[in-house]
Every structure is written in structure tokens, then in C-alpha cells.
Ligand binder design. Structure first.
Ligand SMILES: [Zn+2]
Ligand SMILES: [Zn+2]
Length: 269
């Protein structure tokens, strides 16, 4: 706590409930990331207020599944889905004089996308702003030609895969919150089916929770199209994952699974 409070030592991240910092001041918090939406907007304001107390720029980021909104008050639903200024949406009911910040790119993600000022930092990327499920340019270098029918077959195979993940879950949370393999993920994978070839591409462009999910998707693609580079090596890795009782850090895996050289030795990392 002292290291975090006084910005000394190596502690950079704290995972906490909103009880953290009640009665304690952490002046140098730059990011508040809400894991899931708050039940009430007033909770959100309280949590967001942990950031930027030193007066410097700070970011307040909410990450959520649509399903989680079921338990939130209506104002929270309107807030997270709004296309208008999020600052006005958040504080407007409590302080009616709230206006968007100038320049707009410093206000919120919605205002930033409307900003047309000429300042050099106007188009700086916001944290978490890279859209998920959109194929990045580098993946366009490989493309397969597919019919509407095979896209549908791929989609159905992914639904089966989701069913397998659903079965494995014993949790107080619903299964999608646990494994992240949602209907919308299936939709965007099916939509981009012609560009899916590598594990790194999948992990970079789609919100996959796990490397094993990425490999399972590539296995499905290879069964349908027989064109995934190095699929045998990937399946060896999947087997290793299933047999091991501990998790392999994913950065190790990335260093060798994206080699399209079929001669590459999976032990050579
Ligand atoms: Zn705004
Ligand atoms: Zn601007």
C-alpha cells in the first residue's frame, strides 16, 4: 500500500474492490479499469474518482459483456451504450453544468472520435481502442476463397466448440463470463473466416481468453479447409496443455507457434 501510495517501488497495478482508497489517497493513479459494469452510476463515479487526483491526465475504462448489464440500473446501460459525451452522461445528472472537455480528444472516447482540432496529439490511440474482431492489415496477406455454405459450416462447428467449453465450467458465473466464447465472438470469427490462419492473428484481432481456444479454432479451420500452416505442431502444444497441470505463459508460446516453417521444432523456443 505504501509503495503504491507514494509511487515508489515496483507496484504498478492493484486489483481491488471499491473499498480500496476509502480514507487513503493514491494521488498518481493513471488508469481505473472497471472489470464489468457497476450496478449504479453513482458507484461508477466513485470508482472513476480514484484516478487523476494529482491533476494529470488519467483514463477511466469499462470492460463488460452485454449479458452483465442485466443486473445494472438503467442509467448504467444508457451510459455504456451511449454515442454521446460520456462525461456529460456520467456527471450530467449530478452536476447539470457538465460540458464536454476541450479539446474534445481529451474528453472521452466518443468526443475523441468527433474531434477535428489540428493539435499533433489529436489522433493518439486511446487505451483499449483497437477494435476486436476486425482483421488487421497484416492478416490480409493470406486469404482463402470460401462459399457461403462453408462459412455456415464453420459457424456451426464453432457453436459446437462453444458447447464443449460450456460443459467444462463449474462456476458461480455464467459460462460465457468464464470462458469468453460468446455468440458475438462466433459471429465475428465466421464473418472473417477467409483471413484466419495463425494463432498470433487470432489472439491479436479477437477477444480470446485463452491460447487453447485459439488452437481449437485453428483445428476446426484445418478440418474444413486443410490449409492451416503448422497445424500438427499446434495440436502437439494443445495436447501438452491438456496434460499439464500448470499454465504455460502465453508469451513463450507466441514465440514459436507463429512460425509457418513446417520444419520448425516446437521445442526450439
Ligand atoms: Zn466527452
Ligand atoms: Zn483533437
Amino acid at each position: 500500500m505504501d509503495a503504491f501510495k507514494h509511487n515508489i517501488g515496483n507496484l504498478r497495478v492493484i486489483v481491488a474492490t471499491s473499498a480500496l482508497s476509502m480514507g487513503v489517497n493514491f494521488p498518481d493513479v493513471v488508469y481505473v479499469v472497471h472489470a464489468g459494469p457497476p450496478r449504479a452510476l453513482v458507484d461508477h463515479i466513485q470508482e472513476a474518482g480514484r484516478a487523476g487526483r494529482n491533476g494529470n491526465k488519467a483514463h477511466d475504462i469499462t470492460i463488460y459483456h452485454g449479458q452483465q448489464l442485466a443486473q445494472c440500473e438503467m442509467r448504467v446501460k444508457e451510459f455504456v451504450k451511449s454515442n454521446e459525451c460520456l462525461r456529460v452522461k456520467m456527471y450530467g445528472e449530478f452536476y447539470s453544468a457538465t460540458k464536454p472537455l476541450e479539446p474534445l480528444h481529451d474528453c472521452c472516447s466518443n468526443c475523441a472520435s468527433n474531434c477535428s482540432c489540428e493539435l499533433p496529439n489529436c489522433h493518439d490511440e486511446l487505451p483499449f481502442s483497437k477494435p476486436c474482431g476486425h482483421i488487421s492489415d497484416k492478416q490480409h496477406s493470406m486469404k482463402r476463397v470460401i462459399s457461403a455454405e462453408s462459412r455456415q459450416v464453420f459457424r456451426e462447428a464453432l457453436v459446437d466448440l462453444k458447447g464443449q467449453f460450456d460443459k467444462g465450467q463449474l462456476s458461480v458465473f455464467d459460462s460465457v463470463s468464464t470462458h469468453g466464447f460468446s455468440e458475438s465472438l462466433i459471429d465475428s470469427l465466421a464473418l472473417n473466416c477467409e483471413y484466419l490462419f495463425t494463432l498470433t492473428g487470432l489472439m491479436d484481432d479477437f477477444p480470446l481468453y485463452s491460447v487453447t481456444h485459439g488452437i481449437a479454432i485453428l483445428e476446426v479451420l484445418d478440418e474444413l479447409f486443410e490449409d492451416i500452416p503448422g497445424v500438427e505442431e499446434l495440436l502437439e502444444i494443445l495436447k501438452y496443455f491438456e496434460e499439464s497441470t500448470f499454465d504455460i505463459p502465453s508469451f513463450d508460446l507466441f514465440s514459436f507457434t507463429d512460425q509457418s516453417d513446417p520444419e520448425s521444432d516446437i521445442d526450439s523456443s
